[in-house]
Design a binder for this molecule. Structure first.
Ligand code: S3P
Length: 424
């Protein structure tokens, strides 16, 4: 596969720009917002609560007319978060502190099976009222807004969604709130909340203590969304494993809390070069040049690095199949509660292509093979599985078919167009 790609805007940053813009005073302008299903779900929920957000169209700036920290209206309809865990979890943090207002949140079949008590439980420590199936763990969820109080909260999982929900609730709580994570998850919320004017301080060992004091007024900003490294990862691995490939990825976000995939490709001795590094609107970005590597070393990764590459495990497991030896992915039980159980789904699908994978409760052992073979594949509705299997299918011997390939549009609406273009 050869050529240049400009991957779409970062999904995490896109959600946050819409959410933080909505609760600010004045206008927020977003350049490069990801025009995909997940951020569109976030925008739709915000519009149902009275926020004016211009149409989300590829290549066009999006304008958000902020209603202020307490300005979201009680919606007359159920808030549909679609397939998006980030929408539901961050929205919970935002809504629990809106006194006297009632909200109901739901999502698609996948989202209604995903654990929400990881957000609900810390928010309840601040006085939140959330109800749903399994004592508030599963959507549909009902929220009755309360006057919250600050708290010191140690989160059991390193999850940026959990951390961000608490930070959002802390903006309107009485008193200050501190979140302490077991490991450092992506820090887009911290960067952006500070830029919007929140009273947020980062301290503690390795910056794992984040403190928010209420009282600040957030002010609309211009947000420039970099390309999503989680989308770039498919092409990084494609060019690395498909003979004769060379791909240039332009304008990719290089926030160090997200670049675990580059660290692993380095361990594999892949040919990766970062050029034109710069900072844009508070986030580091650069271009990445990647060329085919004939021989790839196996790798071993554990809980320490997982938060920095949590969404890239499916595509890295494809790369591991073609390494010269055994690769170990451990401390990755979070993968079981993503859009699908990604450890089980990737094992099932890649095994059908001749991969040799042992599934562990918290990871995978992948024994390198010389060649994958074509097979009848299924994304099982998961966008990152669909795109990972597409790359596996190119490198495999013989043809493959992929059922439910359209799920890619959750995070990368033009994936199949870019795929065709780069294959020529
Ligand atoms: C996200 C955080 C990650 C990631 C998800 C997006 C975010 O989830 O898997 O795709 O935008 O905060 P966790 O924070 O739950 O690990």
């Amino acid at each position: 596969m050869s050529g240049k790609v400009r991957v779409p805007g970062d999904k995490s940053i896109s959600h946050r720009a819409l959410l933080f813009g909505s609760i600010s005073e004045g206008i927020t302008t977003i350049e490069g917002l990801l025009p995909a299903e997940d951020p569109i779900s976030t925008a739709a929920c915000l519009r149902s609560m009275g926020v004016k957000i211009s149409q989300i169209v590829k290549g066009q700036k999006v304008e958000v007319e902020g209603v202020g920290l307490n300005g979201l209206q009680e919606p007359t309809e159920i808030l549909d978060c679609g397939n998006s865990g980030t929408t539901m979890r961050l929205m919970l943090g935002l809504l629990v502190g809106l006194e006297g207002r009632h909200f109901v949140l739901t999502g698609d079949d996948s989202l209604r099976k995903r654990p929400m008590e990881r957000v609900g439980q810390p928010l309840k420590m601040m006085g939140a009222q959330i109800r749903g199936r399994q004592y508030g763990n599963l959507a549909p969820l009902s929220v009755f807004g309360q006057r919250l109080h600050g708290a010191v909260i140690g989160t059991p999982v390193a999850s940026a969604q959990v951390k961000s929900a608490i930070l959002l609730a802390a903006l309107t709580a009485a008193g200050s709130t501190t979140v302490i994570e077991p490991a450092h998850s992506r820090d887009h919320s911290e960067r952006m909340l500070k830029a919007f004017g929140a009273n947020l301080e980062i301290g503690g060992e390795m910056g794992r203590h984040i403190n928010v004091s209420p009282g600040a007024v957030l002010t609309g900003q211009t947000v420039v969304v970099p390309g999503d490294i989680s989308s770039a990862a498919f092409w990084l691995v494609a060019a690395t494993i498909i003979p004769g490939s060379q791909i240039t990825l332009e304008n990719v976000g290089l926030n160090p809390t997200r670049t675990g995939v580059l660290e692993v490709l380095k361990l594999m001795e892949a040919n990766i070069q970062i050029i034109n590094e710069k900072k844009v609107a508070g986030e580091p970005v650069g271009d990445i040049l990647v060329t085919y590597s004939k021989k790839l070393k196996p790798f071993s990764i554990d809980a320490e690095i997982i938060p920095r590459l949590v969404d890239e495990v499916p595509i890295l497991s494809v790369a591991a199949c073609l390494c010269d030896g055994d690769s170990y992915i451990k401390g990755a039980s979070e993968l079981r509660v993503k859009e699908t159980d990604r450890l089980a789904v990737m094992t099932r699908q890649l095994t059908a292509m001749g991969a040799r994978i042992e599934e562990l409760s918290d990871g995978l052992i992948i024994h390198g093979v010389n060649q994958l073979h074509g097979a009848s594949l299924d994304s099982e509705t998961d966008h990152r599985v669909a795109m990972s299997l597409a790359i596996a299918a190119v490198v495999a011997k013989g043809d493959s078919t992929l059922a439910r390939s359209e799920s890619a549009s959750v995070s990368y609406p033009d994936f199949w167009d870019d795929f065709e273009r780069l294959r020529k």
